[in-house]
Each structure stands twice: as structure tokens, then as C-alpha cells.
Write a protein of this length. Structure first.
Length: 321
């Protein structure tokens, strides 16, 4: 019983230390000062508990107190990057493969990041094809602890009437993040600033107008739009291909990532592959396709990510049958 309680307390302390190191890293990375007060607010601890935690981190060699606030030591930065790496890899997996809603990624990854081994993270990274950024647009630290600079500037600093691409959305503070999520904006979204002043920022994604307070809009980082290869004008989605029709695979959606993308590639859905719709389930889902001499079954959710171009129409006899 006492041993269990000691383990429980040790686990709670470890989680608090890792969360604290993440906060200190975020402050330093953003050019902000980290202090006992900022740490107390981020972790939701009492002043007494926060001070005790800081003393423990100093004694462990993770943090040093300076006239400019709390600073990470090399050991503290190394551990912080391990936790950040775990968090962002889990967010990527949960978004791309578990299909967890965007609004729930951060909270779920927060729970999983503390139960990690480098071997499990390496396996996760390999399975997802070595993603460079997480669903929020944050760079994922490498196993060696390298972290790329984030691209973009706050949308509050973007020129009016110029198109931009969302590169990153801050997931803290959570209240601001929740408000941004409701707009439908995601990394990769295109937008244009219509108006911007001290009271409001007005954006459009081409179909809807979005109005945010500047303090919220500043959590959206944008950059000039990247050039994305365009699919041929006659390309359609595989889920729209009629039964009996043969087509050639043109590409997979650019927003399809991780294990989901890898599964389709492993099934032979690569550019140039010839594919034919064989038959559909009575419910319409899944659908059987003939590709590379084999039959595969895909759900509509999977097939909609495959762009194809017809190479033959169904014959009259097929249509009559």
C-alpha cells in the first residue's frame, strides 16, 4: 500500500516536472519570460506547490533561476524536447489515423505524452512516414533533439487584401484555440485579411467571413501560399467512379498523411496504377476494386482521397447487365 502511494506521488511529480519544462520551453521559444507566476498559471498549482516544484527542478539540474526569470539548463531542454516530441507525434497520429476531432487532439496528447519510450516514439514516427509538423503546424523535434523554426507571422501583422496560407494555430490558451476551431480554419487553409484594427480582425476563406478579436487572431500564423500541384481538370475522386469503369490513379490528396496515406500506397494506389470498380456492397460501402492483379476493398472515406482519371467507359453489354 505504502509502496503504491510512493509510486503514485513519484508519477505525479514526474508529470508536473515534464509539464513545467514544456511551459518553460514554450516561453523561451516564443521570446517570452518564464517565471514562477507564469508557471503557476500554466499548471494551475498553488504558489506554495509551484515554488516547491521549482526548487525540485533546480536540485535536479533542469532549471536555473536568473535575473531574467527561469531558464532551462541543457538537461532541462533535452527532457522538454522529448516530451514535446511525444506530444506532437501523438497529435499527428490521433489526427491522421485515429481521426480524433481537431479540438480534442491537444488534451488527448497531453495524457499520452507522459507514457512514452523512445522505442515506441520511433516506431510511431516510422509508421507515419516521418512527419515534420503536427496538425497545428508545429515542427516535430527529431530524435536527436533538433527543432526547426516555425514559419509564418501572426495574421494580425499580415497585409490587408493579400492572400495567405495558415501555417500554424496556437493551441494555448485553450479558450482562444476553441474559438478558432469553430471557424473551420486549419493549417493549410487559404485566407485573405479584409480589415484589421485594434478592435477586430476580419478574414475570408473565399466562402465565409470570419471576425475575431485581435488577441484571438494573433494565435493564427500565416505565410505566403505554397504552390500545390494541381490535379488534371478531368480528375475525379475514386469514390465517384461508376461500377465497371477503369481509371488511372493520378495522385493522393495532399492532406492525407501518416498511416492512412501509407496504407493506400501499400495497396498499390500510386500514380499510374490502373484501377477498376468491380462491385459495391448493397449498402454502397465498402467497394471492391481491381488493381495490380488483386481485389481490394475500400471504404468511401478512403476512396475519396484518391484522385483518378477515366481511361475507359463501361461497355453497352456491361451497362445492360
Amino acid at each position: 500500500m505504502w509502496a503504491w502511494l510512493r509510486r503514485k506521488r513519484a508519477d505525479r511529480l514526474r508529470v508536473q516536472i515534464e509539464d513545467a519544462l514544456k511551459h518553460l520551453h514554450a516561453q523561451q521559444w516564443g521570446g517570452r519570460t518564464a517565471s514562477i507566476d507564469s508557471l503557476r498559471g500554466a499548471l494551475g498549482l498553488s504558489s506554495r506547490r509551484t515554488l516547491s516544484l521549482c526548487e525540485h527542478m533546480q536540485a535536479s539540474g533542469f532549471v536555473r533561476a536568473t535575473t531574467e526569470g527561469l531558464k532551462l539548463t541543457p538537461d532541462g531542454e533535452r527532457l522538454a524536447l522529448q516530451v514535446i516530441r511525444a506530444h506532437r507525434l501523438w497529435e499527428t497520429y490521433l489526427a491522421d489515423d485515429a481521426r480524433l476531432p481537431f479540438s480534442r487532439l491537444h488534451e488527448e496528447a497531453d495524457r499520452r505524452e507522459h507514457r512514452r519510450t523512445e522505442e515506441s516514439l520511433r516506431a510511431l514516427e516510422v509508421a507515419m512516414g516521418f512527419p515534420e509538423t503536427d496538425p497545428h503546424g508545429d515542427p516535430i523535434p527529431t530524435e536527436e533533439g533538433q527543432l526547426q523554426q516555425r514559419a509564418g507571422v501572426p495574421v494580425t501583422e499580415w497585409p490587408v487584401s493579400e492572400q495567405a496560407e495558415v501555417m500554424h494555430i496556437e493551441d494555448e490558451p485553450r479558450e482562444a484555440f476553441a474559438q478558432i476551431v469553430t471557424t473551420g480554419l486549419r493549417p493549410g487553409s487559404r485566407l485573405t485579411v479584409i480589415a484589421s484594427d485594434d478592435d477586430r480582425v476580419e478574414l475570408t476563406d473565399g466562402t465565409e467571413t470570419i471576425v475575431l478579436a485581435p488577441v484571438v487572431a494573433a494565435n493564427i500564423h500565416v505565410a505566403p501560399p505554397r504552390q500545390v500541384p494541381q490535379a488534371p481538370p478531368d480528375a475525379i475522386r475514386l469514390c465517384e467512379l461508376p461500377t465497371g469503369i477503369t481509371a488511372e490513379v493520378e495522385a493522393l490528396d495532399n492532406d492525407l498523411r501518416g498511416l492512412s496515406r501509407r496504407r493506400l500506397l501499400d495497396l498499390g494506389l500510386t500514380p499510374g496504377a490502373v484501377i477498376r470498380v468491380e462491385y459495391r456492397a448493397m449498402s454502397g460501402d465498402p467497394v471492391s476494386y481491381h488493381i495490380r492483379g488483386a481485389l481490394i476493398a475500400l471504404r468511401r472515406e478512403q476512396a475519396r482521397h484518391v484522385l483518378v482519371r477515366r481511361v475507359q467507359r463501361a461497355s453497352v453489354s456491361e451497362g445492360a447487365a
